[in-house]
Design a protein around this ligand. Structure first.
Ligand code: UDP
Length: 257
């Protein structure tokens, strides 16, 4: 089983934790019980760097203390614990893949990002640059980072997909896997705006708003363990390439799917 389904918006989880406990923890429990009843014993699970909370050291390694600061992160960590307990008691083989910031798309195959409402940075900046939304707010510029805005590690969805296949295969020989999936390079929110400016060829003037609750200043992966165990190397995750693809898809699909 590849278990991707979840509610996954940090701010929403702060406002509506019940939705997260139901959709993430309770639904995963039902899924695991269904797996147990039908003798399915392998799962690759979409976990998140939000299990770490505010980093004590960077880049983040898998053994970094887990102190999730939001209901979203807590539910994902609780699921990792559930998987561990099912492993110990019932022999479940599992991989928890802790994504950093999933991004990018496959415009040549007609696949892109279309959320309602859209909350993620890259599509929001691209929508603003395409004049599909009237304004762009950057949440906070008083973080302890070089330009004051948050830093994230953007990993292409196709690189993530590749790691999932490799992790499922690896469960033949390793029964529990927990890995960070990121590039090891971080970009600030303003650097993302600059990257979109380059593609758009027009200056962008975002509004600076208050910080968003639950946002750690910087999240960057140490992805050495994934590279070693899965012989995995991100090949699609350059920021400019990601932004260019999102631009292409959104230009071709101004109303989404
Ligand atoms: N962000 C922002 N404006 C937006 C959307 C996001 O400033 O319209 C910031 C957000 O506060 C965070 C970063 O961009 O610092 C990445 O947020 P996103 O929601 O894309 O991913 P997350 O890090 O929450 O998984």
């Amino acid at each position: 089983v590849f278990h991707f389904a979840a509610s996954c918006l940090v701010p929403e989880s702060v406002k509506h934790p019940a939705k997260y406990y139901r959709n993430n923890i309770s639904a995963t429990f039902s899924m695991l019980e269904a797996m147990r009843a039908t003798n399915h014993d392998r799962v690759v699970f979409s976990s998140t760097c939000a299990v770490y909370g505010v980093p004590q050291r960077l880049p983040l390694t898998e053994d970094h203390p887990k102190n999730p600061t939001t209901p979203y992160g807590r539910t994902k960590l609780a699921i990792e614990w559930m998987l561990e307990d099912y492993h110990n008691a019932y022999g479940l083989r599992w991989a928890g893949l802790r994504y950093f910031n999933a991004a990018g798309c496959e415009p040549d195959d007609g696949l892109g990002e279309d959320h309602e409402p859209e909350t993620h940075l890259i599509p929001n900046v691209v929508r603003y640059a395409l004049r599909m939304s009237p304004e762009l707010t950057i949440f906070g510029n008083d973080y302890p980072t070089p330009d004051g805005t948050c830093i994230r590690d953007y990993i292409h969805v196709t690189d993530l997909a590749d790691a999932h296949i490799r992790a499922m295969d690896k469960l033949d020989v390793v029964s529990q896997i927990q890995l960070n999936l990121g590039t090891g390079s971080g970009y600030s929110n303003l650097e993302v705006v600059r990257a979109v400016e380059k593609v758009a060829g027009v200056p962008l003037r975002p509004t600076i708003g208050p910080r968003r609750p639950g946002d750690p200043p910087e999240l960057v992966a140490n992805a050495a363990a994934a590279q070693r165990l899965l012989q995995w190397q991100p090949s699609r995750s350059g920021l400019e390439a990601i932004v260019g693809e999102v631009w292409q898809w959104m230009s071709q699909h101004p109303h989404g799917y």
